[in-house]
Design a binder for this molecule. Structure first.
Ligand code: ATP
Length: 376
């Protein structure tokens, strides 16, 4: 039997108000020891305030925060077993890289020999071994960010808090650092708690994600569960790209359901939905889960679909927009029923994008396990 996950951070009914603004609204969540946890949400949702309360830079208006079982009420930031890496990766410009990394240890009164070893070890961890004598202005943005990480890691905190750690980097470097941060976290085994508004960043790095909306937890899940089983409209829309249709539940049996969506038609599901006949629901359908047939292919597929056992989801329409993005092409299609639907198609060969053009009549289908029913 595997051991149950042990929470290192327990956030219990925490609220934070700034005057009339409720930045964090009765949040309760546990962050487990050794996990890479990401707080994800749009600008102003309260994620930074939550992180700053864990660090001790803000105090909760209500509720309590425990770290490693200890209530943090009255414990100042420098006495908490956490360390924070800031958005702007502030390093001291007049100090060498090694002195930057050593700074916290000196303040803490660690002895010279030990400082040298720990600085070398921390620089090695962030792949900056041999860079100790350099000055920060002789380093790239990505390298400076690693110096900031080394400065925190050298303190061996139980929890590392990272506030938008990659936001100052360009897209390519950011993608590389996402890998490096996950690798580093696995290597050192310290709990990482990161704040970001970037869903790709969250999905690629996290063990678990807490999606925050208007100060509340909208969903707490692994990256794939968040994407494949969003709990509500906000999460479906915020994480990834999605088609959302309004509809009415017309059939609800233990292993299947159907939702009648004006402008689209009946969408069949091979799973049940708990809700009364006629209930208003939403259907979320990801663009990459829709198979677009090349013109002419649709008829044969439709014929084959007649025999499909449990509801074949098929629609026709006209291409109203196309964006070629290299790896995929995004299509905006007006369905015969009137609704608009977004479909993405991987460009598996160099010529795939030549199959389609504006105003082509096309058909499409999707599997009955692809649509997600949202009740709220
Ligand atoms: P961003 O991604 O833009 O940093 P965020 O999700 O991190 O946003 P917070 O910085 O936590 O959001 O802010 C949440 C809300 O609380 C916002 O409405 C913000 O204006 C407000 N707020 C944050 N700090 C303060 C403060 N010190 N005084 C007053 N209001 C504040």
């Amino acid at each position: 039997m595997t051991e149950p996950a042990k929470p290192i951070i327990q956030i219990q009914n925490v609220s934070k108000r700034f005057g009339k603004v409720t930045a964090v609204d009765n949040v309760s969540l546990d962050i487990n020891a050794g996990e890479f946890f990401v707080l994800l949400g749009p600008s102003g949702c309260g994620k930074t305030t939550l992180l700053r309360m864990i660090a001790g830079f803000e105090l909760p208006t209500e509720g309590r925060i425990l770290i490693d079982g200890q209530d943090m009420a009255g414990i100042p930031p420098n006495k908490r077993p956490v360390n924070m890496v800031f958005q702007s990766y502030a390093v001291f410009p007049h100090m060498s890289v090694a002195d930057n990394v050593a700074y916290g240890l000196k303040i803490a009164g660690v002895k010279g020999g030990e400082i040298k070893d720990r600085v070398a070890e921390a620089l090695e961890l962030v792949k900056l071994g041999g860079f100790g004598e350099r000055m920060p202005d002789q380093m790239s943005g990505g390298q400076r960010q690693r110096v900031a990480l080394a400065r925190s890691l050298v303190m061996r905190p139980k929890v590392l808090l990272l506030d938008e750690p990659l936001s100052a980097l360009d897209a390519k470097l950011r993608a590389q650092m996402q890998f490096e941060l996950s690798e580093l976290q696995e290597k050192v085994g310290i709990t990482f708690v990161t704040v970001t508004h970037d869903q790709d960043e969250a999905l690629s790095m996290a063990c678990r994600i807490g999606v925050i909306n208007k100060g509340e937890v909208a969903q707490l899940a692994t990256p794939s569960d968040l994407y494949e089983y969003p709990a509500n409209r906000f999460v479906a829309d915020f994480v990834g790209s999605v088609n959302i249709f309004e509809g009415k539940l017309t059939l609800d049996e233990p292993d299947k359901a159907a939702v009648d969506c004006p402008g689209v038609g009946k969408i069949y599901l091979n799973h049940g939905v708990t809700g009364p006949h006629g209930a208003d629901v939403w259907i979320a359908l990801r663009p990459e889960k829709i198979y677009l047939h090349v013109p002419g292919e649709g008829k044969a597929v439709k014929a084959a679909a007649q025999d499909a056992p449990d509801g074949y989801n098929f629609a026709r329409g006209k291409i109203k927009g196309m964006s070629y993005l290299g790896d995929i092409t995004l299509f905006e299609i007006e369905l015969d029923g009137g609704a608009r639907i977004r479909v993405s198609r991987p460009n598996l060969s160099r010529h795939d994008q030549e199959d389609f053009t504006w105003d082509d009549r096309v058909s499409m289908h999707w599997r009955a396990d692809s649509p997600v029913v949202l009740l709220g």
